[in-house]
Design a protein. Structure first.
Lengths: 335, 335
DNA sequence: CTGTTAGCGCATTCAG
DNA sequence: CTGAATGCGCTAACAG
């Protein structure tokens, strides 16, 4: 078996030029005569030459790779987010290396270690709860990082995300304006996500004015939504609306309700969180908060690349979301 | 600003040892005295030393990185698959770099180029339709690659996946055994996926024996399922079962049917493909094909790493799937 | 058990 | 516009 791939030196001897010139051509430097450039390009083609990534990275101290550590990829909202990051990065010549922490701070730290050791130039994290060593590590090494999916003005590290507290509060307000005063709030495991905790707090903050909130924790999937709504029905038949902190939960509620012979919004109103791609297609269409997951991904990716390339400081960014009104919430008493 | 990170040489001078010894310690070589090892480790800690990934990669010609190019990440089935790959690779000290091709062969080729230039040591592709240059490129460079999500015994490249043709055929057979002879088949865009084409062919192959199949192409999402079932109802009121080549489509069918006042499986039986995590939670539970997405991810990742580390040849692997029977398919005339 | 010596493949001065 | 020389940080023989 002959040598796997050509090296810059092969191209140099082949063309009778120096490696410096080849390098110039490969990197699109201006100061190369068109003739030479053409000759080099032709030889590269012929020898199937491809600059060695490791050598290049070593020489330039740039791997063109950005790491993202996410709690899980199996919730569509994260899939959308990752897709946006990848597309944005790709457009700028960067790649994304992925790690999944399973919402565990320890795994997150380990993953960060590993990805640093893989040459990631910057990090995209999720949420606000992390091991303190995490930031320390990035700061010591001068590796830029940003937290997403949350918004925290006073955070020491830049944050690009949205205010979960506010969104939840807004959702409750919306529901109360529709005349609902007995509201069940369905949410995922509090222990796993600071975003969930923030949403619960936000809901509570809006709920104090004469409307009664009941919280139900469950697993963050359709099955969880179903079992939670069953608990709701058992405990509180006076509930008129259920706010789900994920559309996935809402879907479970739809089915749980229908299997009890109850209809949405006739018997109970349902509101979601996320605005997943199917939220418009269910019957009735799900009224939900349109989380800017895609937009967030684009923002983080774009800003991180800009920072890496030109030193532009990373701007803490607070993304907004609106409530998309569809058919799942009924007005109980007008005005 | 002082130097970002310590280098091996710093640790060497700090401890009064040679870089070779430091390197030995960092790589867990046996032939280092415990005392020396401890001293080195301590110094690494203190100097916050971390081997430079690029230098290491250059020296060893190993980046410990594997690339996956997928058509889309927004279908849960792929998310599950990616998660499995990531977890398996992580356990073995490898990372996954991701690219999304949007089911476009041209983008796929570009992405492969880019990821090669990032130092990926192996490639995980999806489907069987690719630009011929793709394989050429990998072969020339001696970069291992495998195709997934499909099964093709005669493929030149190793394949780890399942037989879409067979699964679809099996699904139709299942339905016909339940007494259904007028079946609508809902599928995504034929032009975008060879797996979809294989499934259609498979269904057709099983359909020849006195049962009538009608194919409906639509977009591969819940909305697509809804609109397709409407077309079905308009064109063929004699249909008793609909086979969806994705659970996502089936969900749309559920809602489309219910909004027409039809019930599953009372009026129409529905069968899916994928067995997504919510398929058991919908009402009625969705009878579907349990695609081994997670298993497939583990297999590919494990085999690729084994091949990279020990040269174990990659075994073409055909994964099986079973039909999980839940409540969405009714028996029309008993056995 | 530890040190010395070469590269790995490329980018980048500095000359010319 | 092009070439020669040097170094990026680490691993891997080869000595001792």
């Amino acid at each position: 078996m002959t040598r796997k791939v050509g090296r810059i030196r092969d191209v140099a001897t082949e063309t009778g030029l120096s490696t410096a010139t080849i390098s110039r051509v490969m990197n699109g430097a201006e100061n190369v005569s068109p003739k030479t450039r053409a000759r080099v390009l032709e030889a590269c083609q012929r020898l199937d030459y491809f600059p060695n990534p490791a050598a290049k990275a070593l020489s330039t101290a740039k791997s063109k790779t950005i790491a993202a550590i996410i709690p899980t990829i199996e919730h569509s909202i994260y899939a959308k987010y990752i897709a946006a990051i990848e597309q944005t990065l790709a457009k700028r010549g960067y790649s994304i290396v992925l790690a999944i922490s399973n919402a565990d701070e320890e795994s997150e730290l380990e993953a960060a270690h590993k990805l640093l050791g893989m040459g990631a130039q910057a990090f995209i994290l999720s949420g606000a709860a992390h091991r303190p060593e995490l930031s320390d590590m990035f700061i010591r090494r001068g590796v830029p990082f940003v937290f997403t999916s949350v918004w925290n003005a006073v955070n020491s590290a830049p944050t690009i995300g949205y205010d979960n507290f506010e969104f939840a509060s807004r959702a409750v307000t919306y529901l109360s304006e529709k005349g609902h005063s007995q509201i069940a709030v369905l949410h995922g495991p509090l222990s796993e996500s600071d975003r969930t905790r923030a949403r619960c707090d936000g809901a509570r903050s809006a709920g104090s004015e004469g409307i009664c909130l009941r919280f139900f924790e469950t697993t963050l999937d359709v099955t969880g939504g179903r079992s939670a709504i069953n608990r709701v029905l058992q405990e509180r038949r006076d509930i008129t609306a259920v706010l789900c902190f994920s559309d996935v939960l809402a879907l479970g509620v739809y089915f749980g309700l229908s299997s009890e012979g109850l209809t949405v919004p006739g018997d109970i109103s349902v509101m979601g969180f996320d605005n997943l791609d199917w939220s418009a297609a269910v019957v009735p269409g799900l009224t939900t908060i349109d989380l800017p997951a895609g937009q967030m991904g684009e923002h983080v990716a774009a800003q991180l690349v800009a920072h890496l390339e030109t030193g532009t400081p990373i701007m803490p960014t607070k993304l907004d979301a609106s409530i998309v009104e569809r058919g799942s919430v009924k007005t109980i008493r007008p005005g």
